[in-house]
Design a protein around this ligand. Sequence first.
Ligand SMILES: Nc1nc2c(ncn2[C@@H]2O[C@H](COP(=O)(O)OP(=O)(O)O)[C@@H](O)[C@H]2O)c(=O)[nH]1
Ligand SMILES: [Mg+2]
Length: 333
Amino acid sequence: MDIIQRIENLKMEDEAWELLKSNLRDLEEPKNVLLVGSFGAGKSSFINTVITALTGKYDYYADVGSGSRHSTTRVKRISSINYWRPKDEVDKELKLPTFIDIIGLDPQLSTSEDDRTINSQILNLVINGQLPENADLLDLGKNLREGKQIKESTDGKTPPVDAIIAVVSAENLNGAIPQTLIDEIYMEANMRKKQIPVFAVVTKIDKCDLSQQNLERKKNELCEAINITPDKLLLCSNYQPDPEQDIEKDIDILKFLIKVCSPHLQAVELEKIECEAPPPIPALAALYNTILDDRYTYIRVQALKVAVAVLVVAFFLSLIMNLWYKMKSYTVS
Ligand SMILES: Nc1nc2c(ncn2[C@@H]2O[C@H](COP(=O)(O)OP(=O)(O)O)[C@@H](O)[C@H]2O)c(=O)[nH]1
Ligand SMILES: [Mg+2]
């Protein structure tokens, strides 16, 4: 990298920092940012990467896995107390986010005959702060799968989630995006009780063999699936232990964090409007409605109505004629 490029980068990094600090100062409380995605997607590595970009120092803030076993099976909260030690006194006050690292969501727990999958239930509990710190999610998933219910779940055990980052590995972009998981994230973040800002990160870009064009296409597909605009998605190669600082990566991460920490993107509680159930339909009317649903039966019913109407008119006509005839014969006699 030439010296001019380096100076340019440092200037951009300074600008990004200033914007981030201004957003952080406008926050009332630090944002609680939940990372969700499948096992091995790079959630924990991404937390470590963001903190490295912020502090310039890599450490094992979140547990990174390497094999087929879950390395994070609990709800782990990493707040600024755990990573933020600036020299500048003023910067100590910055409301940097708390990252919430959870177990990789198992696609097998994304299927259910009921309306709610196990993953949806777990996401809902975490999002609403109904699980205590260090809650064992592997055990909870097992219990919920066996149909057991949580004995006590109250709000306020931990602060509720303010923003969600869906993490997808670029290695998995070759195939289909894990749609059920994405649907669950979308449902829980947008539809149930709240509307929570959602962002996305595609990790392991260094391992991705897609062409630039295909990567762009996949990026747009992912944005459509979660219903977010492309500026809320970051393509990232996570820092690994003992990394060399990559200033361009740091700038991209800071710019992403500016959006995640925007005071204007708030999670809102959905106000449910109370509605009354419609009055019960009498059995006959219900039957009538069912019959009318069929187009051909509708025509037949209309024809029958006309026929009945003609018969009724004919009946009354014959009655009147009969009467008139009787009256006439009475007058004559
Ligand atoms: N090459 C590469 N490896 C990564 C990247 N992100 C994560 N990994 C590796 O992927 C594995 C799983 O990462 P981890 O962060 O534990 O995933 P999690 O289960 O989603 O938390 C670890 O071996 C990481 O070193 C990345 O961007 N590039
Ligand atoms: Mg992890």
